[in-house]
Design a protein around this ligand. Structure first.
Ligand code: OOG
Ligand code: MG
Length: 262
């Protein structure tokens, strides 16, 4: 850690205020070039404490930058991790107010829901599949608080990995009945295909993202508790949306989920 607790709290307030007021800011590493990974997660944890103090509930966890496309683009080998609060939930087929967000983008993700705790080190894909109750389709709405989505890894971790909204739906499936590497996804905006891909785009197998989250938490003395919803990371590039846009995700053998920006 290179930041003191007062600085961590001030950065959390700055980033969360931007989230709540739909304003952007410059990346925080411009002011704190020496901040390290622990500092970045400490700011994210401080944002979580601010929300919990206001009565929010954590409804899930997420892995980000897990697709080969995004990892190459950012030049990284380890994904980043964040939390999902109840205020992020959009009901399946529901509406998301664009004016509440800064410059939202949507991305298709395979969602895992666990039935047993998972903790690293050494968590494997097999353990993740054994501990998964079901998988289902999800659309994550990311909305970096940084101007023009321009950030570095520590800035984006502090900003809770651009988390903003998400919707899940479709048909819950036992992952043992599926080959998630070959699961095809087609995302449409206003009836036009805007992104397509397969599960293997996420770390070779999307369960790998969940295993890496368990290893990350295990290294910090934590775990993925039983009954946790985990967004395993965007399979394709994220797609910008405007008010009026309807986004529909089709996921092979798992049905559809959608939302409309108003
Ligand atoms: C960071 C969040 C990435 C994903 O699924 O890769 C993410 C960003 O690209 O703003 O959620
Ligand atoms: Mg995502």
């Amino acid at each position: 850690m290179s930041l003191d607790i007062a600085t961590v709290e001030a950065l959390a307030e700055r980033l969360e205020d931007c989230e709540l007021q739909a304003r952007d800011t410059l990346k925080i590493t411009l002011d704190h070039p020496d901040m390290d990974w622990d500092d970045a997660y400490a700011v994210q944890d401080a944002i979580l404490r601010r929300k919990l103090a206001r009565g929010a509930r954590v409804v899930g966890l997420k892995a980000g930058l897990t697709s080969f496309a995004k990892m190459r683009q950012m030049g990284i080998e380890t994904p980043i991790f964040g939390f999902l609060a109840d205020s992020f939930v959009v009901p399946d087929g529901g509406r998301c107010r664009h004016a509440d967000l800064i410059h939202p983008k949507v991305e298709p993700e395979i969602v895992f829901v666990t039935k047993a705790p998972l903790a690293g080190p050494g968590c494997t894909i097999a353990e993740v599949l054994a501990a998964t109750d079901f998988v289902l389709p999800g659309i994550e709405v990311i909305d970096s608080r940084y101007r023009d989505f321009k950030f570095d890894l520590k800035s984006v971790v502090a900003d809770n990995c651009s988390s903003s909204r998400f919707v899940i739906g479709g048909i819950p499936r036992d992952p043992r009945d599926l080959d998630l590497r070959a699961t095809g996804v087609v995302m449409e905006k206003n009836g036009q295909v805007v992104a397509l891909g397969a599960g293997a785009a996420v770390l070779g197998h999307p369960a790998n993202a969940v295993a890496m989250l368990a290893n990350h938490l295990g290294a910090r003395g934590g775990e993925i508790p039983a009954g946790t919803l985990v967004l395993s990371g965007g399979i394709t590039e994220a797609v910008s949306v405007e008010p009026g846009d309807h986004v529909m995700l089709h996921m092979q053998e798992m049905g559809c989920t959608s939302l409309t920006f108003v």
